[in-house]
Design a protein around this ligand. Structure first.
Ligand SMILES: CC(C)(COP(=O)(O)OP(=O)(O)OC[C@H]1O[C@@H](n2cnc3c(N)ncnc32)[C@H](O)[C@@H]1OP(=O)(O)O)[C@@H](O)C(=O)NCCC(=O)NCCS
Length: 190
């Protein structure tokens, strides 16, 4: 078992974290926004999240809980067979505990249930934790969007993985699930 220094998340060391991942609801937004503001230089507003949640046919937003505390969230937008990751974030107190991996795996499974073939996203160049997370899911850079983040002028890398509905990818997801299970016990609710 690997433990990243400082990544205790308030959990007694060695015990798997019991993580519940459930549909994001409006009443989660206060906690979601607290994480959003802690991790993003240009946080989304309550209004923007509410607008996203209202688009049920083309969106999948999930909230991750440890007990009664929101510790992470993520959201995907569906365009034909593409599942585009709009956002993913973990409370900084819980970074490095495999929670981001568990949330992304949950989003991928939800995307498969909606018939997605491809996963895509934009990520800030130099966001190493996020890049490492996405590489773990087989995502690779396919392009750059210059000055994508206006607040800093940073470029975005466009990352994609095709064939998430194919057997080889199911194997990858299974292996990721096995690794996560050493640190996190996931209860995914619909
Ligand atoms: C990106 C983010 C969601 C990752 O969540 P996390 O729960 O800390 O990540 P995990 O513990 O699941 O780690 C997944 C992998 O990411 C990498 N990673 C995580 N933290 C890292 C760090 N500080 N430095 C380098 N790599 C890191 C590792 O490869 C790790 O796998 P490993 O533990 O097997 O080595 C989290 O850092 C975050 O919320 N960042 C701020 C918001 C953000 O940038 N979101 C992405 C927008 S595109």
């Amino acid at each position: 078992m690997t433990t990243r220094p400082g990544a205790t998340g308030g959990q007694a060391s060695g015990e798997p974290i019991p993580l519940v991942i459930a549909p994001m609801r409006s009443r989660d937004l206060r906690s979601v926004l607290a994480i959003e503001r802690a991790v993003f230089p240009r946080p989304w507003s309550h209004r923007l999240f509410a607008d996203e949640l209202a688009q049920r046919a083309t969106r999948l937003y999930r909230t991750a809980w440890v007990g009664r505390k929101v510790v992470a969230f993520g959201g995907v937008m569906f365009i034909e067979d593409d599942a585009h990751v709009n956002t993913i974030a973990v409370d900084p107190a819980w970074h490095g505990c495999q929670i981001g991996t568990a949330v992304l795996a949950d989003l991928v499974m939800g995307s498969l249930a909606r018939g997605a073939h491809r996963l895509s996203l934009e990520v800030r160049v130099g966001n190493e934790p996020a890049l490492a997370l996405y590489r773990r899911f087989g995502m690779a850079p396919v392009g750059v969007r210059p000055n994508y983040y206006p607040e800093t002028g940073d470029d975005a890398l466009v990352m994609v993985v095709e064939g998430i509905d194919e057997p080889a990818y199911a194997e990858r997801l299974g292996a990721i699930g096995d690794e996560v299970a050493e640190r996190v016990v996931v209860d995914a609710r619909s």
